[in-house]
Design a protein around this ligand. Sequence first.
Ligand code: F0G
Length: 380
Amino acid sequence: MPVRIPYQPLSMRSGELEATRVSADQRTVRGVLARYAEFLPISDATPALSLAEGDTPLLPAPRLAQWVGVDDLHLKYEGANPTGSFKDRGMVVAVAKAIEAGSTTIICASTGNTSASAAAYAARAGIKAVVLLPAGKVARGKLAQAVVAGATVVTLDGNFDQALAVARDLARDYRVALVNSVNPHRIAGQTTAAFEVCDVLGDAPEVVALPVGNGGNVTAYSEGFRIYKAASRSTRMPLFIGAQAAGAAPLVHGAPVEHPETVATAIRIGNPASWTSAVNAVRSSGGEFSAVTDDAILQAYHAVAELEGVFCEPASAAGIAALRIAVRAGRVASQTQAVCVLTGNGLKDPDRAMPESFSAMALSPDAAALADRLALAPRS
Ligand code: F0G
């Protein structure tokens, strides 16, 4: 049963918002709008929207570092965001700015995570969300997130690229705000991940490896590191390794892919909307785009879970796989300080984690029998 509260957009609840501002201090106000206001395109007229996104862990990963072949590896665990992906950083800005501009409906095309995030922030703000998804190619956890938050979920008989084209047409011709990463407010919000990395490490790392689909996130990281360097909060720019799935690697081939295919459905994209800015970000850093096979992606996906206890979705593991390949080929030195961005939470796509052949050890509830089967040594 949908919950019905009379429609009242966030921007109208001025008394409540005022109270939020008045009580604002480091402990009570969380989220990227409060934390990085000075670097974001917001003003007093921007609603104080937040699901306490950002401030995600930067985990040292010594065992995975050995597997990858570098001395110093950290994982930026974006799966810890409120809807389980990095999209929340940009979505909070895009939705707040859409409300500020008078919108009451947002729209996006998505391989899943953007739709989950858009649905959640629209619900939080009391506005409507419409999400356009490629039929049959969205992980169930992501679909569930959009459904439970009350978004209007539309599946299209086509891939992400076609869905995005339709979303752009609708936003151009009708009163609905587009919240894909072609919206500059999305990119602005996502720059905050780079700020956080610098704030924790004391400077930018030497190398950042991350999955690339539409190209928005690598653009945002590049922009974020540039902004921090210009503000003297860091001293250098990292080298970027942009990982694409081998079956959906337009930026590696230099040409769109008409029928992209990969197990990493989040980055199943053949014609990235932020093509030029993604290429500029990676090229100007002295880095590279890398095509990683589905096998290599899944190997990295299991390695990060087994060696570090970190559960990410398959697309997120592509950056780890690409970094490992670059180190093995000698293009990245082993003495490097590297950060892999784990863009999404593994719980979104649990079916991928379980081999079809998996069956638990089924035993009767008898301690002695279990001890025997588990070969436990008795306490003497
Ligand atoms: N990793 C994950 C988990 C993603 O969901 C996406 C993009 C990316 C990486 C790539 O980021 O597009 O900025 O280069 N997901 C979009 C979506 C397309 O609809 O959720 P990008």
